[in-house]
Design a binder for this molecule. Structure first.
Ligand code: PMP
Length: 358
């Protein structure tokens, strides 16, 4: 699909998984300053102390809990890699949601046994039955992701308590990926940290401040887990990009409200614009919608039709065992968003009328 997309001229691109806004100027300036001030050598492997203190403060303000330890990672992907390495042996499995962010499945398979999934279709909620149905004897780790990529679902307190009770019953560590925690449109994002203690918390800077290319994230959790991850980072990534760690301190001072307000409007626009023609759950966070493919089409066939209209979306197979859904991003300029809504309405109406004739 990406190959096909690359051949299109000026496509309406709803496939993008990153914010559309640039890094705030104050943060760019801080990065330039850090480079000029020669902060370009390695930092200690866990990252600069000031940033570690700052991320623990952020987590404490949000969740009421202050994890024992933290470290700065090379993106959340770096945190996931080190976390899975520290927590899984080759004979262990992770239990991950379906739909899932693709790294969970690939990293899980690489560093343990092929992960098993808990199916969350069609409403993307976590229930006890759904978790139990996915459980296997060799599962050691439960992964939760809120707000979710690709569904935008934010786990409620009730769902988090179900996860905590399940993990307690089966003696599991929970890895929580909260990279989209800033993008919440209907109230704050509750965290599993408030309900369970064996938690590895992963957070990021890339999505929040429009800097995914800076490769900055953080991990926080029990001393022994973070200690193992630090030892692994020392012999792999070494440290996260040094000058950008200093700039991240400035990023934490940015007022995110205008960004989140703008994305809430985009969420409302795309959801309201599509809900009568597509089977779609209203996302309460992140910047994605994960609608069902209209007219009973296969996701591949639907994506080909989108491409024929110069529209790019991601087929659900990138995130799921199911071929029934597709992901659209609303991290877009309003003009692109409008074109996307118009094209998706046309495609949905065409597919529905074909299905009605068949
Ligand atoms: N987790 C989720 C849910 C994501 O969507 C992404 C990026 N698309 C990542 C982790 C990886 O983030 P980073 O770029 O900080 O490595």
């Amino acid at each position: 699909m990406f190959d096909l997309g690359a051949r299109l001229t000026d496509p309406v691109d709803l496939s993008i998984g990153q914010p559309h806004f640039p890094v705030p100027d104050s943060v760019k300036e801080a990065a330039v300053r850090a480079i000029r001030e020669d902060r370009n050598r390695y930092t200690v492997t866990q990252g600069i102390p000031a940033l570690n203190e700052a991320v623990l403060d952020v987590i404490q303000r949000r969740t009421g809990q202050r994890p024992e330890s933290s470290m700065v990672t090379a993106g959340v992907a770096g945190g996931l890699t080190l976390g899975f390495l520290a927590l899984l042996d080759e004979s262990d499995r992770a239990l991950i949601p379906d739909p899932y962010f693709v790294c969970y499945r690939n990293l899980g398979a690489l560093l343990g046994k092929e992960p098993v999934c808990y199916d969350t279709y069609p409403d993307f909620r976590v229930t006890e039955d759904r978790l139990e149905a996915g459980m296997r004897e060799d599962v050691r780790l439960l992964l939760v992701n809120s707000p979710s990529n690709p569904t935008g679902h934010v786990l409620s307190v009730e769902e988090l308590k179900i996860c905590a009770a399940f993990a307690r019953r089966h003696d599991l560590v929970i890895v929580t990926d909260e990279i989209y925690d800033a993008f919440a449109y209907d109230g704050p994002v509750p965290s599993i940290l408030s309900y369970y203690d064996q938690v590895l918390f992963l957070g990021g800077f890339g999505k929040t401040y429009g800097m995914p290319g800076w490769r900055l994230g953080y991990a926080a959790g029990p001393d022994d887990v973070i200690e193992r991850m630090r030892a692994l980072q020392q012999v792999s990534f070494v440290c996260a990009p040094a000058p950008l760690q200093y700039a991240a301190l400035t990023a934490l001072e940015v007022d995110l409200k205008p960004y989140v307000d703008a994305y809430r409007q985009k969420r409302d626009r795309i959801y309201e614009g599509l809900k009568d023609v597509l089977d779609v759950v209203r996302p309460d966070g992140a910047f994605y919608l994960f609608p069902r493919v209209p007219g009973g089409l296969d996701a591949d066939a639907f994506v080909e039709r989108c491409i024929a209209k110069n529209l790019l979306v991601v087929p659900g197979m990138a995130f799921s065992h199911a071929r029934t859904h597709f992901r659209v991003s609303f991290a877009l300029d309003d003009a692109v968003l409008e074109k996307g809504v118009t094209l998706l309405r046309e495609l949905a109406e065409e597919a529905a009328s074909e299905a009605a004739q068949a």
